[in-house]
Design a protein around this ligand. Sequence first.
Ligand SMILES: [Ca+2]
Length: 342
Amino acid sequence: MFGRLAHAHWERPDAKNPIGGAPGGTLPLAFDGPRMTERVLFDTDPGCDDALMLAMAFGHPDVDVVGLTTVAGNTTVENTTANARAIASFAGAEIPVVRGAGRPLVSDLSTAEWVHGERGLRGRELLPDADGERGDRHAAAHIVAAAREYGADLTIAAVGPFTNFALALALEPDLPEMVGDIYVMGGATLTAGNVTPAAEANVHNDPEAASRVVQDCRANLVGLDVTMEATLPFDLPDYLDDTHPWKGVVSEWLDYPAEVNDFVEDSGYAVHDAAVAADLIGGVLDFEPYHVEVDTSQGPSRGSTICDYHGIGDEAANTDVAVAIDTEGFRECFLESMEGLR
Ligand SMILES: [Ca+2]
């Protein structure tokens, strides 16, 4: 599987028609048959790829977003909270958006406005006004409360630094047994990092929190191994007609700086967090069980996710690692969701 991934390279079947639909026309819909609605709480740091993920989740009838919790990461927690509230408002979603941790557990906060834009979200001016104020309840407490309310029907998807989620696990150690699936977007298990040679951004931002999450729950780890191939074509906005209410913001969210696109210049924009939404909708990821540890040392591999691919350590698998993605299916999920946002 690793060999296949290492050499996998998506090629456009037709440069004028990279998705299979027609610009502004009928979109290819690939999912037939009975479907289950996923009830999901997203812990998020929007962030342009977070925003694209949330657009998918709000737009698709198979996903029921029951709330958002926010964490500092791509930008400050004041900004991520305001951004999340603005996106939810734009989607017409009346759900709790609960502010959480403003910095990692141990290390200093490092933000990435250069990637995501001023206030951490390009196109912010196209969204409704929203505040980033804290409420009476912390995000970690809200995650626990949602787990108690929805139980096994709830999927938790953490797609920012895992500070809130680690705090929630400290508050309620039984959390993993209380809920259904747990997704965490982060790590670079069998591939290279994106903020250091060894580490992916969400894990590197708060390695101690990520370590706690990996130790305490059997998560679906969705890392750069697959999210670098969770790409949308550079001309994706052409596939949304000019009357689509989200065309403007989607175009802005996809307008990554060239320095980021250098990673994926052949296949389009990698929108990492959106891989999680696509798997909830269309099961586009393949997972394999491995033992994973997070490096919390201060050396050059800090924040790396060490995956015992060969079973050398002889320790039981503790993580289900995403090892392959159906990129075409991912794109179909995205466009299907966009239809739901009209
Ligand atoms: Ca994120």
